[in-house]
Design a protein around this ligand. Structure first.
Ligand code: GLN
Ligand code: ZN
Length: 705
């Protein structure tokens, strides 16, 4: 049983130990001093932080290396080797995992001051000597396998990039000789051309494929063939989700692969690292046993991999397979999963269109008559600082230590404080501050049917930051209004417009563990219908401005270009469904984190929101011109005027300067003034002066127009 356990250890490593050391080649480079915070301080000067971005379409983040022609690489950290030795000393021979050299360069970006088109791959010859050093050291330490993660191979790569893989692994051939070398890909299919390049790398002895998200791989292996004598690591168990594997189906997939690659050359695997799923179901004491029987977290997935490997080797654990089949059947037939009414309503949406009846300019005119806002209106994105006291109130209410009445009183007081503060600051469109919400997705999930929650299903997002995604297991519906009471309460405290604050369907979908028994778009349509009801109830409750956050819309974009159009079509449609039937006079805002959506700007505009606020503290004027050019859009746009991820307080002059720069690109009458994102993680000592300066800057510019 040598092969499966080897694989198991490697897959568990990221969730059980320090992640970075095992996944990353720790490179030092003279132009990219890696940092863990978004703003660095050197002496008295603040240095703009390096960009942090999402690892492919996951919610895991990495800091983007900044490289240029003068970058000198050096072997800075021996963590990969030290951890290999540490495990070995404990009697476990592990497979060290390094990010492959080509993916490392392709995921980097040209440093500031370096021309944008700088060919990152030209650095291959200077980075490979460092890889050689690491490999030699691992070999000397006794490693017999080594894994390179090259997930960029699932992207659309041109022939130059593919040639870099051939060149890199040829260059490493001598140092790799004597080792078993695995190149791992994941999150999608490897395109046919790339598959050809990959499988002809002679220094590589094993290839890993994601057979869950990569639905074509099986066909490719069978039709294009697989190099004789090499291993195929078959990622049949889903590393990105929490569902128990359908073992019977996986076993038959494995058997057909075995027929192609040979009996001793097939290795059973998870589809990707287990760092993207929850750790251990054993820690879930509150989930009921029926739902629990449908799930497998990382620890359970390892057992599944092992059981599949044993079954392939003729030692099938019949009882284990039978229990799995029973759980699969119970999930298919459970009445908790199906709500026919919801299914019908969602099915009716597909293929049709849903839009507000009037165009955005006419709507904005109608809204302005009611709202009477000044030019360059000021607002915030939603949350205000979540103090220790506030978290205590929510915790005690959840634990039933304080009564509902006490809880409501405390939250009302908090809302009142936030409303009064915004009035003092003279902000134009107010928010209630979201004090009742622990998380922008969990808060809604808890009130929707079809959702379940874990107690400890944490997934690493960055460093010590983790998220705890809800599980969508059934058809989604909204039994009762979710936010109307709080929004109405907040509106009753002020004569200024109070924004109703909702999370949009696409973001709820993308930040949850989603059911795998129906297409994602169907689940998204169901959520859209639930949010639609909430939007309409808010409107009926007298709320005139409603913000529907789609923070994660960009993140769900498929990795392959050919799939973009389909995703964007149903995602944007889902958003429009939520507000297609409201009056012209109700103003719909949406907010999106990250501004890197130059390539999908037409879809963003097609969301047809009245006002869109985005993260833009880096003043990406290119993005703003895309908004202006692509469009004749007409809707309001609020590119963040300061970075809320940093404790730094921007001065009024600095913000005014930023607004001026935006006005050079955008029309005066469409620009809104707001921070980059919600203020939840900031302190009041930062928020008060920052917002004071933001409002002063807006007022100053108004006088100059
Ligand atoms: N309304 C949310 C907040 O202010 C938006 C958060 C987000 O975009 N991530 O916290
Ligand atoms: Zn945001």
């Amino acid at each position: 049983m040598g092969r499966a356990p080897l694989r198991i250890w490697r897959r568990l490593l990221p969730t059980s130990g320090p992640v970075s050391g095992s996944r990353w080649l720790m490179l030092g480079s003279s132009t990219s001093p890696a940092t863990l915070s978004r703003t660095m301080t050197r002496g008295n000067a603040t240095v703009p932080a390096m960009e942090m971005t999402k690892w492919f379409d996951t919610n895991y983040h990495f800091i983007v290396p900044e490289l240029g022609p003068n970058t000198k690489f050096s072997y800075a950290s021996h963590k990969a080797v030290n951890e290999y030795k540490e495990a070995k000393a404990l009697g476990v021979d592990t497979v060290p995992v390094l990010v492959g050299p080509v993916s490392y360069l392709l995921l980097s970006k040209p440093a500031k001051g370096v021309e944008k088109g700088f060919p990152l791959l030209s650095l291959l010859s200077s980075i490979l000597p460092v890889y050689k050093e690491v490999i030699a050291e691992l070999k000397a330490a006794g490693a017999s396998w080594i894994q390179f993660d090259e997930p960029t191979l699932v992207l659309d790569l041109d022939s130059d990039k593919l040639a870099a893989f051939s060149a890199a692994y040829a260059e490493l051939e001598s140092v790799l000789s004597g080792l078993n070398v695995l190149v791992e890909t994941y999150f999608a299919d490897v395109p046919a051309e790339s598959y050809k390049t990959l499988t002809s790398l002679s220094s590589v002895t094993a290839y890993g494929f994601d057979l869950v998200r990569g639905t074509q791989t099986l066909g490719l292996v069978t039709s294009a063939g697989f190099p004789a004598g090499k291993y195929l690591f078959a990622g049949v168990v889903d590393g990105r989700n929490i569902w128990a594997d359908d073992l019977a189906t996986s076993l038959s997939t494995l058997q057909s692969l075995e027929a192609v690659v040979g009996k001793d050359k097939l290795v059973v695997s998870t589809s990707c690292s287990l760092m993207h799923t929850a750790v251990d179901l054993v820690n879930e004491t509150k989930l009921d046993s029926e739902i629990k029987s449908w799930l497998a977290f990382a620890a359970q997935k390892v057992v599944e991999v092992d059981a599949l490997a044993k079954a392939l080797a003729g030692q099938k654990d019949e009882a284990y397979f039978a229990a799995n089949a029973a759980a699969q059947a119970s999930r298919k037939s459970s009445p908790r999963v199906t709500n026919e009414e919801v299914q019908k309503a969602a099915a009716a949406l597909k293929g049709s269109d849903h839009r507000r009846g009037t165009n955005v300019s006419a709507r904005l005119d109608a809204q302005q008559k009611k709202l009477n806002l000044p030019i360059l209106p000021t607002t915030t994105i939603g949350s205000f600082p979540q103090t220790v006291e506030l978290r205590r109130v929510r915790r005690e209410y959840k634990a039933k230590k304080i009564s509902e009445e006490e809880y409501v009183t405390a939250i009302k007081e908090e809302i009142n404080k936030v409303v009064k503060l915004q009035e003092e600051l003279d902000i134009d469109v107010l928010v209630h501050g979201e004090p009742e919400r622990n998380d922008m997705v969990e808060y809604f999930g808890e009130q929707l049917s079809g959702f379940a929650f874990t107690a400890n299903g944490w997934v690493q997002s960055y460093g010590s930051r983790c998220v705890k995604p809800p599980i969508i297991y059934g058809d989604v519906s909204r039994p009762n209004p979710m936010t109307v009471f709080w929004s109405k309460t907040a509106q009753s405290m002020t004569s200024r417009p109070m924004k109703g604050m909702l999370t949009g369907p696409v973001t709820i979908l993308n930040w949850s563990f989603v059911r795998n028994d129906q297409p994602r778009f169907e689940t998204c349509y169901q959520i859209a219908l639930a949010i639609k009801k909430e939007v309409e109830d808010l409107e009926a409750g007298g709320i005139q401005v409603i913000q529907i956050d789609e923070a994660a819309l960009r993140e769900g974009l498929p990795l392959r270009k050919a799939e973009h159009a389909f995703y964007l079509d149903w995602a944007v449609h889902s958003f429009r469904i939520t507000n297609c039937e409201i009056q012209d006079t109700t103003q719909i805002h949406t907010h999106m984190c990250y501004s890197n959506f130059n390539d999908i700007i037409h879809s963003i505009i097609d969301m047809d929101a009245d006002v869109i606020t985005i993260e833009n503290s880096r003043s990406d004027e290119k993005l703003l011109s895309v908004f202006r050019e692509g469009v004749k859009y007409g809707a309001g746009i609020g590119p963040g005027v300061y970075d809320i991820h940093s404790p730094r307080i921007p001065s009024a002059e600095e913000i005014a300067d930023r607004i001026d720069k935006m006005l050079a690109v955008l029309d005066t009458n469409i620009l809104w003034v707001n921070p980059d994102c919600g203020l939840k993680t900031r302190k009041y000592t930062e928020v008060k002066p920052a917002l004071t300066n933001m409002v002063s800057a807006a007022k100053l510019i108004r006088t100059q127009l």
